[in-house]
Design a protein around this ligand. Structure first.
Ligand SMILES: [Zn+2]
Length: 311
């Protein structure tokens, strides 16, 4: 059964009315895929244009290992850009911690990260982790972190540290650019400038849609770039879909802002592959360019709680 709250997802963005749609993914065609290694025949960094030195032609990770252990590499990125994205990735790390714990995604050292947050006014922090036998455990600083819902489920709130939402978008945008076939990349080279801007500009559409599933389905991350296959002014041209852990995220690439007010139909939400019992769809606003504290919530089914979760 698909449980969603699409009605609440429609919103206005810089004068554009946006309505998510469920049934439009078929008009998008996959044009890039995170196969193990992407090799380009280039002497220059595809992001900043700097000449690639022989000694920095080491292959960097195409998909950061924060999304899960993988062997994806590329040969078209300079050290400077690699270092820059490393900085953006610290925000991604903060953002992904709850997803990694819930999905039981291991890091390089084979461990699932622990989550800890210290709240003002409480003597001890909230701690959430998975023990050696895979049992989900934690202790809460306050019961406000574990909110009962009307349907009997509970919402677990992760109070994250500070992260820069725009940096998170940049990490996804950079991967999307990496996946572009050469001729598309040349045509859309204007998108690269957003990687180096500190401010959000009007061509950007920094929203993501997240679907959280009930099983671990993607032990290795898969990123797919899709392009609109038909001419349609109401839909964004490019989408990237990231599958990792128990999560699927759909990212909208920068849009050339229309001259007049129009309606944009977002084409969510992902191809649903295989039978799952529960989905949550969440819109994540990545407009903020400052380090911001935010909360992330996950719904837990109450009938599993006594068995799997101890607080
Ligand atoms: Zn570069």
């Amino acid at each position: 059964m698909l449980t969603t709250k699409y009605d609440t997802l429609s919103y206005s963005y810089k004068g554009i009315k946006v309505f998510p749609r469920l049934d439009l993914l078929r008009i998008y065609k996959t044009i890039g895929h995170s196969t193990n290694t992407i090799i380009r025949n280039t002497e220059n960094c595809i992001f900043c244009g700097d000449e690639l030195k022989t000694n920095n032609k080491t292959h960097s990770h195409l998909i950061p290992e924060l999304f899960g252990k993988n062997s994806s590499r590329n040969n078209f990125e300079c050290d400077g850009c690699n270092e820059l994205s490393g900085k953006w990735e610290s925000s991604v790390g903060t953002f992904l911690t709850p997803i990694r714990i819930i999905s039981r995604m291991k890091n390089k050292r084979g461990r699932i990260p622990k989550f800890k947050s210290r709240l003002d006014g409480f003597d001890y922090p909230t701690e959430i982790y998975v023990d050696e036998s895979g049992i989900f455990k934690g202790k809460l600083a306050t019961l406000d972190d574990f909110r009962p819902q009307e349907d009997g489920s509970r919402k677990l709130v992760f109070r994250l540290g500070r992260a820069n939402p725009f940096h998170i978008y940049k990490v996804f945008l950079k991967i999307a650019l990496s996946l572009m076939p050469e001729e598309v990349l040349q045509k859309e080279s204007w998108m690269k400038q957003h990687l180096f801007k500190e401010e959000i500009d009007k061509q950007l559409f920094p929203y993501m849609f997240k679907v959280f599933t009930d099983k671990i389905i993607f032990p290795k991350p898969i990123f797919e770039l899709k392009r609109l296959a038909v001419h349609h002014k109401y839909h964004p041209q490019y989408l990237m879909i990231a599958y990792f852990g128990k999560t699927m995220i759909e990212i909208v690439l920068p849009i050339k802002k229309p001259k007049k007010k129009i309606v944009i139909n977002m084409p969510p939400i992902l191809e649903i592959q295989g039978a799952r019992q529960h989905y949550e769809v969440e819109k994540i606003d990545l407009c903020d360019t400052e380090n911001t504290k935010w909360d992330m919530t996950f719904t837990l089914q109450i009938n599993n709680m006594s068995k799997d979760i101890k607080f």
